[in-house]
Design a protein around this ligand. Structure first.
Ligand code: PEP
Ligand code: MG
Length: 850
């Protein structure tokens, strides 16, 4: 699970810094050559000093020698770059030529190894100058101070010829330097395997860059021979890191350890991404043949639509190459970026999927490398538009060149931002396209912002000549319930506007001008589906009962105020699980009592008096927090997590309980404890809760329930229920622990099914234990949103379900169509089944009454 394959190598610079004879170190030229200012290096990473301050040298010699006494702290695997830590703690990177990593070590010979102590003038790396001259973009060798915060570069020599051993610059350690820098920068590395199904694509990259902003440390991610500044989402995407790839996070600085812990935790925790999605090549990228009378495509969002073809208007945006002065163009670019930022922020919040995508776009918009590249082009005389387009297109080419199709699909996010910034530069407001009723939009490729700007009530379907099923436009279409096809080929764009088309995303085909018979049949099918959905939606606001009147509570799981608003609109009768981790993760210190209380108050308000079950902090295991440095654990899923963390840090629990009591009206408030394994844990929490009530002068009792997530809790539910006010089954963890299968392991995903009879028997035991003491048993794990499972759960004795808001209408409709007796019959058969597959077959295929 999370920590497997993790290796931590720490190197502290403190000893060297402390043994420094003085704050100044003179760096000597590492070879004969021409010393040039750094801003002449044709690479913005160096020219803009993103890697640090220093000088550059055009080599005339072919052996790189040590510029001072020190230690080799990094020798790149491609042998083209080496970093040396001087005795005063300064770290100096020498990067021989540009893009020389691509040579994979050809033409380079190392004379040192990582960790070796060297003296000024010792040979570090020999290189074949002729070979480099032919294959490298440039021979210029940046010579930069990478931990510059605590140092100043002085007396640098530039624009002159230098001889090896001649003084090149002085690096002075500042006495008022930040602690980490003064210690020479502490380097922490961690190697890990990326579990995200789609690798480090735009959204994870933007989240990593966002999290990195909380730390002062210099942080890079190494993947094979490539490296990327973690603060640059575009560079991270450009690494082409796919699921299962090994990467190394390297951080240097006072808070390096926290930074690495937090970033590794974020990656290993899965970032809420599907870790079990099919492999990237599950759908062949090759074109699919034209079927008789129909175009074939790849399903990007499910459903069928019959409507009128409309071609997406895609005006070309032209830009002048030459600028009107660098200062003016820089200002224009800054203003345009600000406008787009504002637009993105305003558009977020319409829908949770869109918000996540727009967050990623915001990350790209602020990408330091992208912006630096555009600025460099402006400095070279180009217009802001030309510079921005050039910077974006460079990265688009990188992404499209990657083997991983999913990452290549992220190129359209960059193109989207290219268009938006160019539109802002031209002062053009993106006018929304007017659609006829029942429009089936045909496009080469549609950008997320274009799709978000359309009138969804008129859009029946979407077909793209290009695009991919995991593009953001596809994800967005699915979240808007719009059937979509991608990769239909160029023939799609030959369909004339106004033609009647039948888009059947489920079967992957688009039929032009279908016969009247087909139209009628499909129209009836669509109408029946629409009616069923409409009826379900119409009764979604009613309280849920079985056909024979047994009350079943249908709630939603929440993680934010926005979720609460969406859930109520979807018919949620309350919140069955508020995951409070969102308040505690991705930050440097825990939220204060007041901050928490305010958020809980807002969520309770959005629920309008409906019950709100707040889960106390479920942190640890797969969700580490930077400010809670757990000792490394062999098996984090079996270690300090859930209630165990709360009892290890009762101060955090007490603060959270007071915040809950202050923020949520008592009539609405229920508190739930995760990962309970024994009664004693519940007793300890109740003791702390009683103390919190006393602190706040609350005399009335507060409902305190337990999550049943361990087999131990399930089979002792009768004991727990004697003291717990309610039981709520977390089927995700209960399945993980009862089947002994890591819930995040993609290889086990197909067998990881909470409908396994073993899990169902534990659920039955839980409900029975609850009944014994008159306690209500609910389900709030993934099974709580599963309409196939709902009748079985009710038959087993569950009386409350909580899951995703989008499933509420269907759950209520299914439950309302069955009697308790029918549910019990299904449950009995399920308990006797031999596998989860058989349970699903029984539940799906059979009339529950037979
Ligand atoms: C569960 O384990 O089923 C559950 C609801 O908790 P989480 O998914 O947050 O671990
Ligand atoms: Mg859980």
């Amino acid at each position: 699970m999370g920590m497997s394959g993790v290796r931590i190598v720490e190197q502290s610079g403190a000893a060297h810094a402390n043994s420094a004879s003085g704050p100044d170190v003179v760096l000597l030229a590492p070879f004969d050559g021409w010393a040039a200012p750094l801003n002449e290096v044709p690479d913005p990473v160096f020219a803009e000093r993103m890697m640090g301050d220093g000088v550059a040298i055009e080599p005339l010699g072919s052996v790189l020698t040590a510029p001072c006494d020190g230690e080799i702290i990094l020798l790149h695997a491609a042998l083209h770059a080496v970093t040396l830590r001087a005795v005063n703690g300064a770290e100096i990177l020498m990067h021989i030529g540009l893009d020389t990593v691509a040579l994979g070590g050809r033409g380079f010979t190392a004379h040192v190894v990582q960790g070796q102590k060297v003296k000024a003038g010792d040979k570090l790396i020999s290189f074949d100058l002729d070979q480099l001259a032919q294959s490298a973009r440039s021979l210029i060798t940046p010579f930069v101070l990478t931990n510059g915060e605590g140092f100043a570069v002085e007396r640098r020599v530039e624009n002159v010829r230098v001889a090896r051993g001649q003084a090149l610059m002085t690096v002075r350690r500042l006495t008022s330097a930040p602690a980490g820098a003064a210690q020479g920068g502490r380097e922490v590395r961690r190697e890990l395997v990326v579990p995200l199904a789609h690798g480090l694509h735009a959204r994870p990259a933007a989240r990593l860059a966002g999290l990195a902003k909380n730390f002062a440390a210099e942080i890079v991610i190494l993947s094979g021979e490539a490296r990327a500044n973690i603060r640059s989402p575009v560079a991270l995407m450009g690494l082409g890191v796919t699921k299962g790839a090994r990467v190394i996070i390297v951080a240097t600085g006072a808070d390096a350890e926290q930074a690495v812990g937090a970033l590794a935790g974020l990656i290993e925790g899965g970032m809420g991404e599907d870790t079990a999605a099919p492999a990237a090549d599950a759908i062949p990228a090759s074109r699919i043949p034209v079927l008789d009378g129909a175009l074939a495509g790849v399903r990007a969002a499910p459903g069928i639509a019959l409507g009128v073809a409309v071609r997406l208007a895609q005006p070309e945006i032209r830009v002048d190459e030459n600028g009107q002065g660098a200062a003016y163009e820089m200002q224009c670019l800054g203003a345009a970026l600000a406008v787009v930022k504002q637009n993105l922020q305003a558009a977020a919040g319409k829908n949770a999927t869109l918000s996540a995508i727009l967050d990623a776009h915001l990350g790209i918009l602020h990408d330091p490398e992208l912006v630096a590249e555009a600025r460099a082009a402006i400095a070279a005389g180009k217009s802001a538009g030309y510079a921005w387009r050039g910077a974006i297109q460079g990265q688009v080419a990188v992404l499209r060149g990657l083997k991983d199709r999913r990452l290549a699909e992220r190129a359209s996010d960059l193109v989207d931002l290219e268009r938006q910034v160019l539109a802002a530069l031209g002062g053009v407001e993106a006018a929304a396209m007017r659609l006829p009723q029942n429009a089936i939009l045909l496009a080469q490729d549609i950008l997320p912002s274009q799709l978000a700007g359309l009138d969804a009530s008129r859009l029946a379907g979407l077909a793209m000549a290009e695009g991919g099923p995991t593009s953001h436009a596809a994800i967005l279409a699915a979240s808007m319930n719009i059937p979509a096809l991608v990769a239909c080929g160029p023939a799609l764009l030959e369909i004339s506007d106004g033609a009647v088309v039948l888009l059947d995303a489920d079967r992957g085909r688009l039929t032009i001008d279908p016969s009247l018979d087909v139209r009628e049949k499909i129209a009836l099918e669509i109408a029946a589906k629409r009616e069923a959905r409409r009826a379900a939606q119409a009764s979604a606001q009613m309280l849920c009962h079985t056909k024979d009147g047994v009350r079943i509570e249908i709630c939603a799981n929440l993680g934010s105020v926005e979720d609460a608003v969406t859930a109520v609109a979807a018919g949620a009768e309350g919140c069955g699980l508020l995951r409070t981790e969102f308040l505690f993760l991705d930050r440097q210190s825990p939220p204060s009592e007041a901050e928490q209380a305010e958020v809980y108050r807002a969520i309770a308000g959005a629920l309008g008096g409906r019950p709100l079950i707040v889960r106390t902090l479920d942190i640890g295991g797969d969700k580490p927090a930077a400010y809670l440095p757990f000792p490394p654990e062999e098996n984090p899923a079996l270690g300090l997590r859930g209630v165990r963390v709360s009892l290890w840090r009762p101060d955090l629990l007490a603060t959270q309980l007071r915040a809950i009591l202050r923020g949520i009206p008592l009539a609405q408030c229920r508190i739930m404890v995760p990962m309970i394994a024994s009664l004693d844990e519940l007793r300890q929490v109740r003791h702390i809760l009683d103390q919190a009530r006393a602190d706040l002068n609350i005399a009335d009792p507060v409902l305190l329930g337990v999550m049943i997530e361990t087999p131990a809790a399930a089979i002792t539910a009768d004991i727990l229920a004697a003291e717990a006010d309610f039981l709520s089954i977390g089927t995700n963890d209960l399945t993980q622990y009862s089947l002994a299968m890591d819930r995040g392991n993609a290889r086990l995903a197909a067998q990881f099914d909470a409908l396994h009879p073993a899990v169902l028997r534990l659920i039955a035991a839980t409900a029975k234990g609850g009944d014994l003491h008159g306690r209500r048993t609910g389900v709030c794990g993934g099974l709580g949103s599963d309409a196939v499972a709902a009748p079985i759960l009710i038959g087993l004795g569950v009386r409350s379900l909580s899951g995703t808001a989008g499933q509420i209408a269907e759950l209520k409709a299914v439950i309302g169509s069955l009697t308790l007796e029918q549910c019990r019959h299904l449950a009995e058969k399920a308990l006797a089944a031999v596998s989860a597959d058989q349970v699903r077959e029984q539940a799906r295929g059979l009339n529950p009454g037979d």
